[in-house]
Write a protein that binds this ligand. Sequence first.
Ligand code: ZN
Length: 279
Amino acid sequence: MKWQPGHRSSDVEDRRGQAAPRGMGIKLGLGGTLILALLSAVLGKDLLRSVSGGAGKEPRAAGAADDKALEFVSYVLDDNQATWAKLFPEQFNRPYRKATMVVFSDAVDSACGEADSAVGPFYCPGDDKVYIDLTFYQSLKDQLGAPGDFAQAYVISHEIGHHIQNQLGTERSVRQKQKGLSKEEKNQLSIRMELQADCYAGVWSKTTQDRKLLDDGDIEEAMGAASAVGDDRLQKASAGRIAPEKWTHGSSAMRMRWFKRGFDSGLANQCDTFSAATL
Ligand SMILES: [Zn+2]
């Protein structure tokens, strides 16, 4: 991706190196709003090992590589938000409300509870914040096999997709509908919500193409990431078998399909996963 380094977003809260909250191990209880909830179950140990750097849990001092990483997520966040600030009045007939991104190391406190890095990046509707430990990107590349800057951009734009759902009331309405449903039915709704976030990520990506910000292979990188976090692929890697009734985010094929749908159309109204006959 062609991007401008050297800038930190005023909407990024850098909490790296801050002490982890006490009482770790509390579940977030967010289910479908965690982009990579399944990752914690599947790759939790690996992720924990990679973020803690082995034995110790001493916070690392931020170095030049960290600054570059922070500048990149700053750029992607700002670009996403500027884009949606423009698209909201056009496509949803309302103004966009900005989210904040919290960059943390090891563990973090949010309005949705305490979380550690193993849960992967997530969005908390209770405080309008995206949470990310940047070491996740190393895992995305090394353990999940999805390298590239646009793979990283996809992750952030997916989380902003949840922020869009929060503003539009989609998230609330799904939570409401899920009450009283069976676990399997709840998962079905969760999948539709996750795929919609993937589709919104595609819509943003389309605008980057229109603005000539994409390098060759960027869309393949995003598709690679969407595929890497598909429930079937993660299940196969961990348990060796696939159990669709336990999916909360959708299969690799579904995730790529909905990202592509947003990308091909550039229209948020093409992201209505809730009335789609097939996913
Ligand atoms: Zn998600």
